[in-house]
Design a protein around this ligand. Structure first.
Ligand code: FE2
Length: 430
């Protein structure tokens, strides 16, 4: 019998429904998982039947713009295009120090909310590459507690912006991880399609992943996802490519979509929807009825396409809310996509945990023996209850170390004939 484990978590419920499970952690990895382990721990946490999940993963975020809300002004129309214009006004005013300090502050929020991996798109349409340099520094500094994957994102258009192609390659040379793009913002559909081809070729040549802002528009004829699927297949990039947003799919003709989804599935392209942002930015040119703009999530899942939900923005030129809470994101995604069956609610939870972990290609993710000892203890009994309550994160563990502790929701009631505190669980049937 060896000495005590570094950490022992007792009596947890796992997202797959198993209850009464102990997790033993040694040297930063999960050493054992099972009911009532005989092991002892140098640190022991009693989950008391609560949910323990692998960490939240945000597959789509803009860490160079976050927490800049109001600088130099706010987005009056609420549209994507005014957001891009506003970001263009802010870019020349950015300093390395300001971007680093805001990104680090957001990373604190993320960790406290149980996010331990983020894919962040960094704008390369700036000849100084200020955002790239700043986020490369942030990636280094947060590495002990947060996996940060950077995407070289030509915000002003790969072809539409004169130096975007050169700057994107420079960013990749500096160590940015993923190839980004924005085909619907190029000058024409044809230029957009050509940008998809060129970006996929860059990724294939360098052995990188691809994540394009793709068809983030209400225009049903924005069909760059089709080209992305074709190029993924042609270049053998399946499993390493994601289309972010895909909001035009909301407005596409049903017959066309019935042909498109099998092609996307066959190519091995994943989808990343951003429910909070899509619901506020899309449909802005509509009167009534007003389109929701969220892509076809249940239909894609049914077709075998991996789908993740991302946060996208928090307090920036595009979105004036947000707090880095992936349960908020899942809550909105579940509502807008009407994913209310028990199975669909579970899929909404997986869309902010396992699905994005696979899309990012995270190594050692999960609660199985041998995985990194990264997990979150929630004040909830199940994934759907976690979403319903946006449950407090009682403990966030990274590589076997508790990196954040939270408190349960506590309100003292003063009501005649009622309990002194409030309990948000479903009361037992009378
Ligand atoms: Fe985005």
């Amino acid at each position: 019998m060896g000495g005590p484990m570094d950490l022992l978590l007792r009596n947890a419920t796992l997202p797959d429904g198993r209850t009464g499970i102990d997790l033993a952690v040694d040297a930063g990895r999960i050493a054992e998982v099972g009911p009532r382990l005989a092991a002892r721990g140098a640190v022991e946490i009693d989950a008391a039947g609560r949910l323990v999940t692998p960490p939240f993963v945000d597959a789509h975020f803009h860490l160079d713009a976050t927490l800049s809300h109001g600088q130099p002004r706010i987005n009056r129309s609420g549209t994507l295009l005014e957001g891009i214009a506003l970001w263009g006004e802010l870019k020349p005013l950015l300093t390395h120090e300001a971007v680093v300090s805001r990104a680090l502050a957001y990373a604190d929020w993320a960790v406290a909310r149980g996010i331990l991996a983020i894919r962040a798109h960094v704008d390369v349409c700036d000849d100084r590459l200020l955002g790239v340099e700043a986020l490369l520094e942030v990636r280094r500094r947060v590495a002990p507690y947060l996996d940060l994957q950077l995407v070289a994102f030509p915000q002003d258009g790969f072809y539409r912006s004169a130096s975007a192609e050169r700057n994107l390659l420079r960013a990749l040379d500096l160590g940015v991880d993923v190839v980004g793009g924005i085909p619907h913002f190029e000058r024409t559909m044809d230029e957009g399609a050509r940008s998809v081809r060129a970006l996929c070729e860059i990724a294939a040549k360098r052995g990188l992943r691809v994540d394009l802002h793709c068809d983030e528009t209400d225009d049903p004829l924005s069909r760059h996802i089709e080209t992305l699927a074709l190029e993924t297949r042609r270049l053998g990039l399946g499993g390493r490519v994601a289309g972010s947003h895909l909001t035009s799919m909301h407005s596409m003709d049903n017959y066309y979509v019935s042909k498109l989804l099998p092609l996307v599935a066959e190519a091995g392209v994943a989808a990343i929807a951003n429910p909070l942002i899509n619901i506020v930015i899309q449909g802005r040119h509509d009167t009534y009825p007003k389109r929701r703009g969220l892509t076809r999530v249940p239909e894609m899942l049914a077709a075998g396409i991996p789908v993740a939900f991302g946060q996208d923005c928090t307090l920036d030129p595009w979105y004036s809310l947000g707090s880095g809470d992936m349960l908020d994101v899942a809550h909105m995604g579940l509502h807008v996509a009407q994913m209310t069956s028990p199975e669909a609610m579970h899929q909404a939870f997986l869309a902010v945990t396992e699905a994005p972990a696979r899309i990012l290609g995270l190594e050692g993710y999960g609660l199985a023996r041998g995985c990194h000892a990264d997990f979150v203890l929630l004040d909830a009994a199940s994934p759907s209850e976690a979403i319903r309550l946006r449950a407090p994160r009682l403990a966030v563990v990274r590589r076997g170390r508790v990196v954040s502790r939270g408190a349960p929701l506590a309100c003292q009631l003063d009501l005649p004939g009622r309990p002194a505190s409030v309990d948000f669980r479903l009361p037992p049937r009378a």
